[in-house]
Design a protein around this ligand. Structure first.
Ligand SMILES: [Zn+2]
Length: 105
């Protein structure tokens, strides 16, 4: 992918995330419900696609993050980020999560 296309792609994704964030903070609950019903399944499908791409191979390595010279033992940063944003309890601060994730590596 060339650099310009990459920049266009990233800007479009950031714009979409910004739009969703604004929609979610709308005071019109009916609008929020409509957006949630239409966008949540797409976001779930997107996360699943990304996570499938970063699923460990038979040797326990992430094929997407590994290179020939530098194997990356799963879970990779994509899975750690998914856990942090989708599962992680708000009772633990983000800094503590990163400390515990770093201590595993
Ligand atoms: Zn990965």
């Amino acid at each position: 992918m060339d650099r310009v296309l990459g920049e266009v792609l990233r800007a479009a994704v950031w714009d979409r995330l910004h739009m969703l964030e604004q929609e979610a903070s709308s005071t019109d609950d009916d609008s929020v419900l409509l957006v949630a019903r239409s966008e949540l399944p797409r976001l779930v499908a997107g996360w699943r696609a990304v996570l499938a791409h970063h699923s460990p191979d038979l040797r326990g390595r992430c094929p997407a993050c590994s290179s020939l010279w530098r194997p990356w033992v799963a879970p990779c940063t994509v899975w750690l980020s998914a856990y942090k944003h989708l599962v992680y309890a708000e009772s633990m601060s983000s800094g503590r999560f990163e400390e515990s994730a770093a201590s595993r590596g």
